[in-house]
Design a binder for this molecule. Structure first.
Ligand code: SF4
Length: 351
């Protein structure tokens, strides 16, 4: 761990500076990112989270990339809020195969008063299993945020998605200011923030830089920064967008690592479409968090055992929560992960 303190982190990035980072020769950028990464993290550890959709589809928001939006017909089957017991079973299974954080996502504009008691019970139950808890439920008001924090929620995910300038091309039912307000409530409540964005929606380099500037120039950096590659789903307005150049995606991870040196940068949605070489390059650029499990909300995600085989080939180990960091436990988890051949553990909310 580095001696860098929160006070040394920068919150005053300019567009000019960030574009200069992006425009460096690729090898220079990666060298810089890897140097920053090594100063702040164990370069051979990657944090592993599992994501479960606790309520799928029929979302009133119109995010143009999202198969869960009720505005588009993607053939996705809707699901009501899962029972608390089912969520806890999935969390226990995630823990058994080595996840340290359990993320629960609901396709809502915001949680309703009727749903909040169930959501709070899920947080308490998952926490009691010894997992870190994360939720993504849409916009929150102050009281809801405080209730989630009191129930033991560790992280709240709320992505900014893209730059403020490009945002209106992608979402019209919720404002950028709404998103920033939710992030401010989360920070005030003492929870950690998970917030990032998506590449491949037709945005420019300025927009990619603009997103990272918004995140890094928050009063505190988000602890977790998911960088997603658009998963093009038939029926959504972005289904026919052009592919992102893989090297441009790696550049985004590297610039995020340099700007937010103490944050976990998550290689997130879209990983299924990335070959092993690209994933290895992503880890070299400073990505140090992934999701695993059969589904990443509603889109395919590489199987956990494939991930562990790749980790083994690269000499990467899953990052452990400190209280579980004894070597015997670690070895047992890794063995179980590698031996995992045919698991069907996760409740698939999309079918
Ligand atoms: S991204 Fe979230 S808020 Fe937007 S449509 Fe999908 S589920 Fe709803």
């Amino acid at each position: 761990m580095s001696a860098t303190t929160a006070a040394n982190l920068r919150h005053d990035w300019t567009l000019h500076e960030v574009k200069a980072l992006f425009e460096q020769p690729f090898n220079d950028l990666l060298f810089q990112a890897q140097t920053v990464h090594r100063a702040h993290f164990d370069q051979n550890r990657v944090q592993v989270s599992t994501l479960l959709s606790i309520k799928t589809g029929a979302c009133p928001e119109d995010c143009k990339y999202c198969p869960q939006s009720g505005h588009y017909n993607t053939g996705l089957e809707k699901e009501k809020l899962l029972e608390v017991q089912k969520v806890l079973e999935a969390a226990a299974e995630a823990k058994a195969i080595g996840s340290t954080r359990f993320c629960m996502g609901a396709a809502w504009k915001h949680p309703s008063a009727k749903d909040m008691p169930y959501v709070l019970k899920m947080v308490e139950g998952v926490k009691a299993l010894g997992l870190e808890t994360c939720m993504t439920l849409g916009k929150l008001d102050k009281e809801q945020t405080q209730a989630l924090a009191a129930a033991g929620l560790d992280y709240y995910n709320h992505n900014l998605d893209t730059s403020p300038e490009f945002y209106g091309n992608i979402i019209t039912t919720r404002t950028y200011a709404d998103r920033l307000e939710t992030l401010a409530y989360v920070r005030d409540s003492g929870m950690k923030i998970c917030s990032g964005g998506i590449l491949g929606m037709g945005e420019s380099l300025d927009d990619r830089a603009g997103l990272l500037i918004q995140l890094a120039n928050l009063p505190e950096h988000p602890e977790s920064v998911p960088i997603n590659m658009l998963v093009k789903v038939k029926g959504t307005p972005l289904a026919d967008e052009q592919d992102v150049d893989p090297f441009d995606f790696i550049r985004m991870l590297a610039v995020a690592r340099i700007m937010m040196p103490q944050s976990h940068v998550r290689l997130s949605a879209g990983r299924e479409a990335m070959n092993e070489q690209m994933q290895a390059l992503a880890f070299f650029a400073g990505a140090n968090s992934i999701f695993y499990g059969e589904k990443l909300l509603t889109t395919a995600n590489p199987q956990a055992n494939q991930d562990m085989q790749l980790f083994a080939r690269l000499g990467i180990k899953p990052e452990e929560r400190e209280e579980h960091a004894d070597e015997v436990h670690q070895a047992a988890i890794e063995q179980a992960l590698v031996e995992q051949r045919d698991f069907k553990l996760f409740y698939n909310a999309a079918v």
